[in-house]
Design a protein around this ligand. Structure first.
Ligand code: IMP
Ligand code: MG
Length: 219
């Protein structure tokens, strides 16, 4: 453990420490018991729904599929903040194409408004979509209203193509003609999950696994 700290200190003090001597010695293996024990102690967290290892394996598969599908027409990945930020970071590196990246942030006006499908764009894209192959990268599809709105909004901007990649899809989602999802990481049951970018009141985004949040969905 102290070696991990030694590496951090050397990064902070920079020139004062012989970098090569320290970094060659640092063990960067995360150590599964170290990462899980912190979260195991939290009574608000339930069982692991999808483990970090399962996520990594699936993200690599999705990356291979997308690489093959978009060969010769590199995509513009549109990450939907904030929930998709970790998934997007991993997925982008699993795609072996010279892709582009941009971000959108959307928010709903609370539960009542969300059910009516009204979504507000908090941060819009910087890149023009004309003639681009756009791939929306989402964290989770629940009712599908957020994605339905996003698709309509982005389609109106004249992309060459538009597809969706969602890490998670809740099984309750009814099939909808306007919500074809080309790439799905995992289908999960109707439970509120946190981790790997997904939050509850801005917490648990840095939890490496996806776990059930036991206190239920917040209002
Ligand atoms: P939808 O519009 O009902 O599909 O809601 C999708 C959005 O709600 C996601 O992008 C998340 O921000 C949030 N959400 C839905 N289910 C969960 C969950 O189980 N955990 C964390 N966030 C969720
Ligand atoms: Mg989201």
């Amino acid at each position: 453990m102290w070696r991990r700290h030694a590496g951090l200190v050397s990064a902070l003090v920079g020139d004062l420490v012989d970098q090569s001597a320290v970094s060659a010695d640092v063990d960067l293996e995360p150590g599964p018991s170290y990462t899980s024990s912190v979260w195991d102690a939290d009574p608000a967290l339930g069982r692991v729904v999808v483990s970090a290892e399962q996520i990594a394996k699936r993200v690599a598969e999705l990356g291979e599929t997308i690489t093959a599908d978009y060969a010769g027409r590199p995509p513009l990945l549109v990450g939907v903040l904030k929930g998709a930020f970790i998934f997007l970071a991993d997925l982008a590196r699993a795609i072996r194409l010279p892709l582009e990246l941009d971000f959108m942030a959307v928010s709903s006006y609370g539960k009542a408004t969300k059910t009516s499908g009204v979504v507000r764009i908090v941060k819009d894209l910087d890149i023009d979509l004309t003639a681009r192959h756009v791939l929306i990268v989402e964290d989770i599809l629940d009712s599908g209203l957020t994605l339905s709105y996003l698709r309509k909004s982005l389609l109106a901007r004249g992309p060459e193509s538009l597809a969706v990649c969602s890490l998670l899809v809740k099984r309750s989602v009814q099939p909808r003609a306007d919500l074809e999802i080309a790439y799905v990481g995992f289908e999960i049951d109707l439970e509120f999950v946190v981790g790997y970018g997904l939050d509850v009141a801005e917490r648990y985004r840095n939890l490496p696994d996806l776990r059930v949040f036991l206190a239920g969905e917040p209002e």
